[in-house]
Ligand binder design. Structure first.
Ligand SMILES: Nc1ncnc2c1ncn2[C@@H]1O[C@H](COP(=O)(O)OP(=O)(O)OP(=O)(O)O)[C@@H](O)[C@H]1O
Length: 230
């Protein structure tokens, strides 16, 4: 079980302040990170996963300041991430992609079939990864992330490419991951998924944290409706 604290994090790109003094906590369970395009969600994921050093602020995982640690060190501490832009090994099969992730952690390759079944893409196991539909490739990224047995899982737009039934199945998987004590953070534009499956939601707007709360509290917040939900 991991608790993440983002403390006063700011990221500037020249004149643009992509993330502006954001402080928030992620507890075990499913947390949504939402906001309009350009709100700073992916940049904040980059800071949490160690791909980008913040201009100011700290990232603290279970009381350990990890701000200066790189992505690999964070991965060893239990942080895993999927990307908006797919990052699978296209020339390997779906099954081999998971095996590579398992081997990197010296975990049994026998777990690959179980992981593919778990995310719902067992039928694609023997297919070359760059030939499967986008939705399946996203689920493959999730299987690869789960192969590292993460305590904190960051998912960037996981439902894009999934149809409604697949999205609902994905929501149920989120519940299971949460029940296992993992902390899952979701950057997601599918509001049914966010409102239906998140325990807590943080809303970013123009780089700033607008509000944090339960899905109902966030939905009722006037600033959120104005900024985002319309
Ligand atoms: N490498 C970069 N260099 C310059 N500006 C950047 C860079 N990355 C992001 N930005 C800017 O920072 C702001 C936040 O971008 P970010 O991608 O984090 O937003 P987002 O909430 O993830 O958006 P989306 O929902 O469209 O993915 C935007 O104004 C974006 O143009």
């Amino acid at each position: 079980m991991s608790t993440l604290r983002v403390e006063g994090v700011t990221v500037r790109f020249g004149e643009v302040t992509a993330v502006d003094d954001v402080t928030l906590t992620v507890e075990p369970g499913v947390t949504g990170l939402i906001g309009p395009n350009g709100a700073g969600k992916t940049t904040l994921f980059d800071v949490i996963s160690g791909l980008r050093k913040p201009t100011a602020g700290r990232v603290v995982l279970d009381d350990l300041d990890i701000t200066a640690k790189g992505p690999h060190q964070r991965s060893r501490l239990g942080v895993a991430r999927t990307f908006q832009r797919l990052e699978v090994f296209g020339s390997l099969t779906v099954w081999e992609n998971v095996v590579v992730a398992l081997e990197s952690r010296r975990r049994s390759v026998k777990l690959a079939d179980e992981l593919l079944g778990r995310v719902g893409i067992a039928d694609f196991a023997g297919n070359q990864a760059d030939t499967v539909p986008t939705g399946a490739a996203r689920l493959l990224e999730l299987a690869r992330a789960l192969a590292t047995d993460p305590s904190l899982l960051l998912l960037d737009e996981p439902s894009s490419g999934l149809d409604r039934a697949e999205t609902d199945a994905f929501g149920e998987l989120l519940r299971q991951l949460s029940a296992e004590g993992r902390s899952v953070v979701l950057v997601e534009h599918d509001m049914d998924l966010v409102m239906g499956y998140c325990d807590r939601v943080h809303v970013l707007n123009l780089g700033r944290l607008l509000v944090s709360g339960t899905p109902d509290a966030v939905r009722a917040h006037e600033g959120v409706r104005e900024a985002y939900l319309g």
